[in-house]
Design a protein around this ligand. Structure first.
Ligand code: CAA
Ligand code: NAD
Length: 350
C-alpha cells in the first residue's frame, strides 16, 4: 500500500552488518557503526503513516513524538475516556515543548499554532483494525500481558496490508512470543521498538529483532527512530533487552532494602540521586513507570523469564503487591509510594 518491504534474510543480528565495520573498532563501537550503516543502507520507502495502539503513558508519548516529526498517526484505545486521557497527556507535554520553543509563553498564538499543527496529524480511533489497515507501521503499547497482546496482533494480522510492520513496545515479554500469534509472513515484519518514559524526553529506542525479523524491517525501524529524533540501539530478543535487564532488578533491590527495614524509601531515593547521580530515586522511578507495569514485568520474569525464572532477584515484593492491590499505581493513579493528588500525572510529588 505505502511501501514494499520484502521479507529478507534471517541471519542473526551480529552477523548481518559486521562486515562493513573496520577491524580496529571495539564491539560497542561496531554496534553503533553497524546501526549507523544500516540506517543508510535501506531501500525501504520511508514510514509516514503509523498507528499506535494504546494511548496510556507510553502510547500517548509515541503518538506525540511521531506527530511532532511530521508523521500521520492514528491513536487507538478501547474507549473515549482512555483516548481523552491520551490526548491530555499529549497536549500538556506539547505545552512544555511550546513554552521552550516560543520564549516561555505556552498560551500565545505561536505556541497554539504549533500545538494545533502537531495535533492535526493525530487521528483518534477505537478501531485498531481500521487504523492498521491504513498504516505502514503499527506500534503496540497496551497492557503488559502476553495473551492480550497476542489477541490484538492476531486480529491486526488479518486487517493490515502484508507490508505493514508490527512492533511491540513491551518492557519485558519476548517479542518472538508476541509475534507467534501472527502468520509466518508477518513474523518477518515483526520486531520490538522499546521507547522510554517520558517518551518526549528520553532519547533512546531499543530495536529488538527476532531470528525472523527481516533486514529491511530492521533498517526501516532504525530510519523511523532517527526521523523522530531518537537514538536507536539494537538488542536480541532477551528478557528486559538492555535497559530493563539492569534497571528492574535495581528497583526490586531497593524494595527489598526498605522491606527489610534497612532504610526508608525517602533516604534510598536521596541516596541514589545524590550518591549515584540518578535523576530520580528508585521509588520515584517506580511511581513514574507505574507499579502495575513493574509488577507485570517481574511476575512474568519470575514465572517464565528465560534465565530469570524462579530467580529471587525478580521474585514478588509484598510492598509492591500491596500497593497494586490497593490500586495505588504511581503517578498515573495519583498515588503510589508518594502522593501526586491534585498535581497531575506528569508533575512533581507531594
Ligand atoms: N514532555 C515534554 N517535556 C518534558 C516532559 C514531558 N513529559 N517531562 C520532562 N520534560 C522536560 C522539561 O520540560 C524540562 O526541559 P528543559 O530542561 O529543557 O527545561 C526537562 O524535561 C526536565 O524536566 P523537569 O525539570 O520537569 O524535571 P527533571 O529535571 O526532574 O526531569 C525527567 C524529569 C526527564 C523525567 C528526569 O527526572 C528523568 O530522566 N528521570 C528518569 C526517567 C527514567 O529513568 N526513565 C526510564 C524509565 S524505564 C522505562 O521507561 C522502560 C520500561 O519499560 C519500564
Ligand atoms: P498504561 O496503563 O498507561 O496504558 C495502556 C493503555 O492501553 C490504556 O489506555 C488501555 O486502555 C489501553 N489498552 C489496553 N488493552 C487495549 C487493547 N486491546 N486495545 C487498545 N488499547 C488497549 O500503560 P503504559 O505504561 O503506557 O504501558 C504500555 C506498554 O508499554 C506496556 O507493554 C509496558 O510494559 C510498556 N512500557 C511501559 C513503560 C513505562 O514506563 N510505563 C516504559 C516502556 C514500555
Amino acid at each position: 500500500m505505502f511501501t514494499t518491504i520484502l521479507a529478507g534474510r534471517t541471519a542473526p543480528l551480529a552477523a548481518t552488518r559486521s562486515r562493513a565495520v573496520p577491524r580496529v573498532a571495539t564491539r560497542a563501537a561496531q554496534a553503533a557503526i553497524s546501526l549507523h550503516v544500516a540506517g543508510y543502507a535501506s531501500q525501504v520507502k520511508p514510514i509516514e503513516r503509523i498507528a499506535v495502539v494504546g494511548s496510556g503513558l507510553m502510547g500517548a508519548g509515541v503518538v506525540q513524538v511521531a506527530a511532532q516529526a511530521g508523521l500521520h498517526v492514528y491513536m487507538v484505545d478501547l474507549n473515549d475516556e482512555s483516548l481523552r486521557k491520551g490526548e491530555k497527556i499529549i497536549t500538556s507535554s506539547l505545552k512544555r515543548v511550546a513554552k521552550k520553543k516560543f520564549g516561555g509563553d505556552a498560551e500565545g498564538a505561536d505556541a497554539r499554532a504549533y500545538i494545533d499543527d502537531v495535533m492535526s496529524r493525530v487521528k483518534l480511533s477505537k478501531d485498531s483494525a481500521a487504523a492498521a489497515s491504513d498504516s505502514q507501521l503499527v506500534v503496540e503499547a497496551i497492557v503488559e500481558n502476553l495473551q492480550t497482546k497476542q489477541a490484538l496482533f492476531r486480529g491486526l494480522d488479518k486487517a493490515a496490508p502484508a507490508e505493514t510492520i508490527f512492533v511491540s513496545n513491551t518492557s519485558s515479554l519476548p517479542i518472538g512470543d508476541i509475534a507467534s500469534a501472527t502468520g509466518a509472513a508477518r513474523q518477518a515484519q515483526f520486531a520490538g521498538m522499546h521507547f522510554f518514559n517520558p517518551v518526549p524526553q528520553m532519547k533512546l529506542v531499543e530495536i529488538i529483532r527476532t531470528p525472523q525479523t527481516s533486514d529491511a524491517v530492521f533498517d526501516a525501524l532504525v530510519a523511523v527512530t532517527k526521523k523522530i529524533g531518537k537514538v536507536p540501539v539494537a538488542c536480541k530478543d532477551t528478557p528486559g533487552f538492555i535497559v530493563n535487564r539492569l534497571l528492574v532488578p535495581y528497583m526490586m533491590e531497593a524494595l527489598r532494602l526498605v522491606e527489610r527495614g534497612d532504610a526508608s524509601k525517602e533516604d534510598v531515593d536521596t541516596a541514589m540521586k545524590l550518591g549515584a547521580g540518578y535523576p530520580m530515586g528508585p521509588f520515584e522511578l517506580l511511581d513514574y513507570v507505574g507499579l502495575d507495569t513493574t509488577k507485570y514485568i517481574t511476575d512474568g520474569w519470575y514465572q517464565f523469564g528465560k534465565g530469570l525464572k524462579g530467580d529471587k532477584l525478580v521474585g514478588p515484593s509484598s510492598l509492591l503487591d500491596k500497593l497494586v492491590e490497593e490500586k495505588k499505581l504511581g503517578r498515573k493513579s495519583g498515588e503510589g509510594f508518594y502522593s501526586y493528588q491534585g498535581v497531575g500525572a506528569d508533575k512533581g510529588k507531594r
